[in-house]
Design a protein around this ligand. Sequence first.
Ligand SMILES: Cc1ncc(C[n+]2csc(CCOP(=O)(O)OP(=O)(O)O)c2C)c(N)n1
Ligand SMILES: [Mg+2]
Length: 242
Amino acid sequence: MPDDHPNSIGTLGFMRHDYVNFGFDHADVVITVGYELQEFDPVRINPRSDKKIIQIHRFPAEVDMHYSVDVGIIGDISASLDALADALAGHRLDGDTQVPGSGLLAEEFARGQQDSRFPLAPQRVVADTRAAMGRSDVVLVDTGATKMWMARLYPTYQRNTCLISNGLSTMGFALPGALGVKLAQPDSKVLAVVGDGSFLMNSQEIETAVRERIPLVVLIGKTAATASSNGRWTSNSGRTTT
Ligand SMILES: Cc1ncc(C[n+]2csc(CCOP(=O)(O)OP(=O)(O)O)c2C)c(N)n1
Ligand SMILES: [Mg+2]
């Protein structure tokens, strides 16, 4: 769903209780599409285990205390969504359909565009990255603090334009991945956004890029204070210099 669509609330799952969770706080029904438990702990969207859950997937649901599926639709995902849309044709939601918290991410992004602090605020880096890329250009984001910032704040408008290794969070995938994307889509700008550690894991692929004449850009982030003492990623204290 494009981030400038009025029904889009952004990316869920990177912070414990980020803006986009506010919508889930108020929801009584959640429809999940292609969702897998290991990608994102459902306790964060259903802490009291009181929401009705409709799952659409190709496989039967894996469940836990916070993810007990009321209706499981098993089948081709596209066909299932089309059937659901057809069944709902003509129905409209009554009343206020504004999702609580929607707009807050966009406001943070807009503040980031204007942020002139140095070292650069991460929001500014994300905003400038977005400004440099067209709607169909492709950014690959490596694991680390950079991923946390890009995943929650970088607006996307077309599918497969922001590629992130989320499930296993593999460091070092972005640079070789960018070579593959550029070969597949030579007309798109391709950017690998990486931490200094991730870059060093696969920096030898620069040689491949030069030898094979594959043009791409690598943005290397050096971030201070990426993790707090309990090992959780912090969202607000990081400062990224590039
Ligand atoms: C192959 C691999 N090894 C280790 C990890 C665990 N890990 C996740 S983020 C990270 C540090 C990332 O450092 P850097 O790329 O410099 O990014 P930063 O967070 O400093 O911006 C590590 C070691 C991982 N996800 N993948
Ligand atoms: Mg680093």
